[in-house]
Design a protein around this ligand. Structure first.
Ligand SMILES: O=C(O)CCC(=O)C(=O)O
Length: 277
């Protein structure tokens, strides 16, 4: 699968792409089953009490079938188009979400450095917790970033929109509700503002984070900065495999390793005590 020039331009301009029905019903049913097994066995899913989010790291890394998502020609094609060949897979999170997620970006890199792929495993509408994005808000000169929309002008906070502008955060002007059916896929720049409102107490969603391949010292320094915060070591989690859970590494083909190597090396450098021996 190859992205068209228009899709790549759309991603650069608006900060996201949405692929309806990328995975067939039988495929997403099997992905959902594997996700449930993973969150129940490795993510405290059985203890989920609906009052708060239950989250675990590396959701695709605990079962061989889910690990193959990083080999999937659709995922590879999308990431090649958005990030360039030899992009890095950089873990992710698996969730039973509970309630609203306020507006936030996942990064403030000021450049296209990292992205998130999101799988939503339940039917979601604008009123029941679908992903909302603020198109274009990844650009440093977008007004929410450039003007620092906030009561104190000190930081950006779209969640104060009622006090600031008299509109609910869910109605923040220009936001787009991406209603999804299981099998749809969304990819967005980590710098893009996003949120979710009205979700029920066990909203299932998992992500894959990815970065540009590092081709120079500046990129490598940015990857180091990224992994210092967003990685098993950054969250003080012991995987048994350093950056990745062992199943991801043990079932990897040489082609998959291309997407694992840079993060694994930088993670070992940052957190040698967690490296696989
Ligand atoms: O679905 C949601 O609640 C939003 C997800 C989100 O904020 C994230 O993955 O960073």
């Amino acid at each position: 699968m190859e992205l068209s020039p228009a899709q790549i331009r759309f991603f650069k301009t608006f900060g996201y792409l949405y692929f309806p029905r990328l995975f067939a019903p039988d495929e997403i049913a099997s992905i959902t089953e594997e996700f449930e097994r993973s969150i129940q066995a490795c993510g405290n899913g059985a203890q989920h009490d609906s009052t708060k989010r239950t989250m675990f790291g590396g959701p695709i890394e605990h079962r061989a079938r889910l690990c193959t998502l990083i080999d999937d020609e659709r995922i590879i094609g999308i990431c090649n188009g958005v990030l360039g060949a030899n992009f890095n897979y950089a873990s992710g999170d698996g969730n039973y979400y509970s309630g609203d997620t306020g507006w936030h970006p996942d990064g403030n890199w000021g450049q296209l450095f990292s992205v998130k792929i999101a799988f939503y495993l339940d039917e979601l509408t604008r009123d029941t917790g679908c992903l909302r994005v603020l198109p274009g808000s990844h650009h440093p000169n977008h007004f929410v970033r450039a003007e620092g929309i906030d009561l104190n002008k000190s930081m950006v906070d779209l969640n104060k929109s009622m006090e600031l502008f008299g509109v609910e955060p869910r109605d923040f002007p220009g936001n787009l509700a991406l209603e999804t059916t299981p099998g749809d896929l969304v990819i967005f720049n980590h710098d893009l503002y996003h949120a979710s409102f009205g979700g029920y107490q066990r909203r299932r969603m998992f992500t894959m984070n990815l970065t540009r391949p590092c081709t120079n010292d500046a990129d490598r320094a940015t990857l180091k900065d990224y992994l210092r915060r967003h990685s098993p070591g950054g969250y003080q989690v012991v995987t048994g495999g350093g950056m990745f859970y062992p199943t991801m590494l043990d079932t990897a083909s040489p082609e998959r390793m291309v997407h694992l190597r840079q993060c694994a090396e930088v993670h070992d450098e940052l957190f040698p005590e967690l490296a696989r021996h």
